[in-house]
Design a protein around this ligand. Structure first.
Ligand SMILES: Cc1cc2nc3c(=O)[nH]c(=O)nc-3n(C[C@H](O)[C@H](O)[C@H](O)COP(=O)(O)OP(=O)(O)OC[C@H]3O[C@@H](n4cnc5c(N)ncnc54)[C@H](O)[C@@H]3O)c2cc1C
Length: 445
């Protein structure tokens, strides 16, 4: 073991890993946080430099500590932000980094800037191998690698990355977007969700002269937040156990109190609702209801919604219901066949760049993360029944591993709504308690 005192090795320095390290430090427990992309204390969501990228949750709900949901709002109040306002994500990254730096200054957190490439059991604990060949040992392991990079699109195979960005969140992806904007050509966004919104804002900020086309099967873009009354419901009022009944309930409730209030009223119950469905119902939800749910549940800041609307109105952005069927490079541009919904044939269009905005990888068994692969191969972790995350128990312990936990989007098979800060912070606090118990520490509350 690295030291005599119990240490938790945390893989990933996004919100989940950062806050686990901070929660453990508060309990007097040591951790080593391993972050591979230089994003310790920021992760994927909060490492953007783009000021136009706003949080999609109001400041008042973005406190990082489970026992202080108003913590972030009080931090930014002195900068003039009100709790109902949407603060730049970059500012949230600074907030998280400060929490991590404070935890590191306490002597409880060691930050290692390296890719973790494998993990194996060593005695009663764990040993993690890093990209430079060195090893880090710990008594427990916490997996907080976040979402996996998007799936490669079959028609984009072999297309030079000058013309096609598969992972818009990678450093290479971010650089390619800025480079393409300078060419003045049109840009294609494949997918019309939150990633598309971010990319449109970035392209608009870097003054793309060309037009943007965003395409998805249904052409549904995220809705914007707007003031609405709240209409809370108790768990007993929501029909559990049947997707069809829950869906009918949601539509009826939406008609009575407005869709925003109806969707929001499910927030405290969504994990229990998800867990009340069989795996085949969960699959049915993902296939049929998810596109609607995602754009209504994960809403964007009103100012962002207004900007997207304006770009559509002035013809700089077109949101298309349809499908990309093929693409190929011709001279200095990318030709793309797009079949619009309701049309028999596809039309070809030329673009300077296409960006994969379809969101994170669906099938975790296909992950290229070599640490995850090492766990799968050794039988120390396995995909959940839907293959969207790791199989974990009700304490977020990785099944098959022993003394290993998973956090955040890696656990969406069990919890489904484990994407936004208000959901993840509760999980992080519960996991910190569980780890403290496992390590024989009295839980300080
Ligand atoms: C663009 C975007 C905007 C969002 N906006 C909001 C918002 O406004 N409000 C909100 O509440 N939620 C928001 N979310 C959702 C949510 O906050 C994030 O999903 C959450 O931060 C997840 O954190 P995470 O730490 O689990 O994952 P991530 O943030 O993805 O962090 C994982 C980290 O692990 C590192 N890593 C991965 N594999 C390895 C490895 N093998 N070795 C070492 N390091 C590794 C990565 O480099 C990364 O830094 C947003 C998400 C995204 C993607």
């Amino acid at each position: 073991m690295e030291a005599d005192r119990p240490t938790v090795v945390i893989i990933g320095g996004g919100f989940s890993g950062t806050m686990l390290a901070a929660e453990l430090a508060r309990k007097g427990l040591a951790s080593t946080l391993i972050e591979g992309r230089g994003r310790a204390g920021e992760g994927t969501a909060f490492s953007t430099d783009e000021k136009a990228h706003l949080l999609n949750v109001p400041a008042g709900r973005m406190g990082a500590w489970a026992d202080q949901p108003g913590h972030f709002a009080s931090e930014v109040a002195r900068e003039g932000y009100e709790p109902h306002e949407f603060v730049p994500r970059k500012r949230y990254g600074e907030y998280l980094r400060k929490i991590l730096n404070d935890a590191a200054a306490s002597g409880q957190v060691r930050i290692v800037q390296q890719d973790a490439v494998a993990a194996e059991r060593a005695g009663d604990g764990w040993e993690v191998r890093l990209a430079d060949g060195s090893r880090v040992a710990g008594h427990a392991l916490a997996l907080a690698q976040g979402n996996q990079a998007p799936q490669a699109l079959p028609y984009a195979r072999g297309i030079d990355e000058k013309f096609f960005v598969n992972d818009p969140w990678s450093e290479e992806g971010r650089a390619a977007i800025v480079r393409a904007a300078a060419t003045g050509g049109d840009v294609l966004l494949i997918g019309t969700g939150l990633t598309m919104v971010d990319m449109v804002l970035t392209l608009d900020e870097v003054r793309l002269r060309g037009r943007m086309t965003a395409v998805s099967r249904r052409g549904q873009a995220p809705r914007a937040h707007a003031d609405h009354g709240s209409a809370p419901v108790t768990q007993e009022e929501v029909p559990h156990g049947s997707l069809r009944k829950a869906w009918r309930w949601l539509l009826n409730r939406g008609a009575a109190v407005g869709w925003r209030a109806a969707v929001d009223s499910l927030r405290p119950h969504s994990q229990a609702l998800w867990q009340s469905w069989s795996a085949s119902e969960q699959r049915r939800f993902m296939r049929h209801a998810r596109p609607w749910w995602d754009v209504h549940r994960h809403r964007i800041a009103p100012e962002v919604g207004g900007r997207i609307k304006r770009l559509v109105q002035i013809g700089r952005l077109e949101i298309v219901a349809g499908q990309v069927t093929d693409m190929w490079v011709k001279g200095n541009k990318l030709d793309v066949s797009i079949k619009r919904r309701g049309k028999k044939a596809a039309d070809d269009h030329g673009f300077a760049l296409a960006i994969n905005c379809t969101g994170p990888l669906g099938a975790i068994s296909q992950s290229k993360d070599s640490l995850l692969r090492s766990l799968f191969e050794a039988g120390l972790a396995r995909p959940d029944a839907l293959d969207i995350g790791l199989e974990v128990d009700g304490h977020s312990r990785v099944l098959g591993a022993g003394k290993a936990w998973a956090l955040g989007p890696l656990t969406k098979g069990r919890y489904w709504e484990i994407t936004a800060v208000p959901d993840i912070r509760g999980q992080v606090a519960a996991v910190a308690d569980d780890i403290a118990k496992e390590m024989g520490h009295a839980v300080q509350s």
